[in-house]
Design a binder for this molecule. Structure first.
Ligand SMILES: Nc1ncnc2c1ncn2[C@@H]1O[C@H](COP(=O)(O)OP(=O)(O)OP(=O)(O)O)[C@@H](O)[C@H]1O
Length: 450
């Protein structure tokens, strides 16, 4: 093992023997390890890689490719049939999430229990309790028995405990996808912090954008073999190539091109009332002086149906009711979309769109309508809405926030067709041309398609 590597896997293989009968299993056991009465089922074979301290390595592969088995070998839950696996440091795996929990005890009591199980001194849990409680963010449930928790709360508690145990190696798996969007955004921020403090991360996921986002390298498993070890982008490309399906023709977008007539027809007073009645503002995460207040925000389809979900590539309408409480010289209004890694996917303001609002007097009100086509990959997104004063700032792209609401939604972008319309984070609306040879195929060259 080199001094800098914390996990070293060499010639690793795992065989699950399948016995023809219970008797065959006992006979094999009595004979020692001699073959007979079973079939070999090598679910991993010839796996070689090493992981350096502080690296974040993704393990990807389709269902049944051996990811969980590999993790169980790394955590010591399973033993290799051949080869070796060496781990230098304390490993915590989210796949063991809550396995040590006593469901009769409260969240708080389980923090104590988990710390004890993992060999921490009794004072450790007490010192970190406040941080763990804050991160878990499950309110009064922290002091209620774990058996009363939803699966999301369970993951919140378990992930918070793991986070503050500061392992040398943290194994993160799909368990994380149980939490809601806002918790996931928090987790990915926490994962970046864990990375920054030098913890080695193993990230096992079917989520290719997550792998691209947080991993330094990735291991691609296919049929129990590691077919690629290297840059995440390349690993993901090989993954898609191995599971390739042709790109489909897109569905008709004619309906989406229709303007939002139903909503546009409403008179302003009634419009403002409707926005207030159907508002998605929750006023939980808010910034700014409130000088140009967003009094309500409505999110609806082109048909005027209030909705927080949209098919990929279709539009949603955001209607913002605004009220000035002071004189605003150069008002501006904007909207931003964030993905579950809390990455800004898209942001735009009226100024970006080339529209300059007139100055506003105290008491003046306004309605602004944004229509956004969600040409992004399926998933959950949060929305931020903001008003700003541009006057007094030198930077054309920066204003002083007057009212900003974050973490609204989430908006679910879904895709319900068997084939994807595009791959990646966003649809870049590609045009294409094909220049085919003009020579007609001779009968000998004609391709028999039957
Ligand atoms: N205890 C076991 N006995 C026999 N076969 C097993 C056992 N555990 C796993 N397998 C087999 O090993 C193969 C790899 O399983 P594994 O769970 O490691 O795959 P995976 O990549 O994690 O899949 P998924 O993405 O669906 O979780 C599968 O064919 C599975 O049926």
């Amino acid at each position: 093992m080199t001094s800098s590597s914390v996990i070293e896997v060499a010639g690793l293989g795992k065989n699950f023997r399948i016995y023809n009968s219970a008797g065959a299993r006992i006979a094999s056991w009595l004979r020692g390890d001699r073959p007979g009465g079973h079939q070999d089922n090598w679910v991993l074979r010839g796996i070689d890689f090493s992981i350096g301290k502080g690296e974040c390595v993704g393990i990807i592969g389709r269902n049944g490719s051996g990811k969980s088995t590999l993790l169980k070998l790394i955590t010591g839950t399973l033993h290799p049939t051949e080869g070796s696996i060496r781990v230098n440091g304390r490993v915590l795996a989210l796949l063991e999430l809550g396995t040590g929990f006593n469901v009769e005890l409260t969240g708080r009591q389980n923090v104590d229990l988990s710390a004890e199980l993992h060999g921490f001194d009794p004072g450790y849990a007490k010192r970190r309790m406040e941080d763990i409680e804050r991160f878990a963010d499950i309110g009064a449930f922290f002091d209620r028995p774990v058996k009363t928790y939803s699966s999301g709360m369970f993951v919140r508690l378990a992930f918070s405990i793991f986070l503050f145990m500061e392992p040398d190696i943290l194994i993160v798996d799909e368990a994380l996808s149980v939490g809601d969007l806002f918790f996931q955004q928090k987790c990915f921020e926490a994962i970046q912090q864990i990375k920054a403090r030098g913890t080695t991360l193993l990230f096992v996921s079917h989520d290719m954008s997550a792998v691209r986002n947080i991993c330094d390298r990735a291991v691609l498993l296919d049929g129990g073999r590691s077919t690629f070890v290297g840059a995440p982008d390349e690993a993901v490309m090989h993954y898609y190539q191995a599971n390739a399906t042709p790109l489909p023709a897109g569905p008709s977008e004619a309906a989406a091109e229709a303007p939002a007539e139903a909503a546009q027809a409403a008179p302003p007073g009634e419009m403002i009332d409707t926005i207030h009645r159907q508002s998605i503002l929750d006023r939980k995460t808010r910034l700014g002086s409130g000088g140009l207040e967003i009094t309500g925000a409505r999110c609806c389809t082109d048909a005027g149906v209030d909705a927080l979900e949209v098919r990929s590539a279709q539009p949603l309408n955001f209607w913002l009711a605004l009220k000035a409480h002071e004189r605003i010289v150069e008002p501006n209004v904007g909207i931003e979309v964030y993905d579950r890694f809390n990455q800004l996917v898209f942001g735009v303001s009226l100024r970006n769109l080339g529209h300059v609002l007139e100055p506003m007097k105290p008491g003046a009100s306004l309605v602004v309508h944004f229509r956004l086509r969600f040409s992004v990959m399926p998933g959950e997104y949060s929305i931020s809405l903001a008003t700003a004063e541009q006057h007094g700032t030198d930077d054309q792209n920066a204003g002083r926030f007057l009212d900003r609401h974050d973490k609204l939604g989430p908006i679910l972008v879904f895709w319900d067709q068997p084939m994807m319309k595009f791959y990646g984070l966003a649809d870049l609306h590609t045009d294409f041309e094909v220049f085919e040879p003009a020579v007609a195929a001779t009968p000998a060259e004609a391709i028999d398609v039957e």
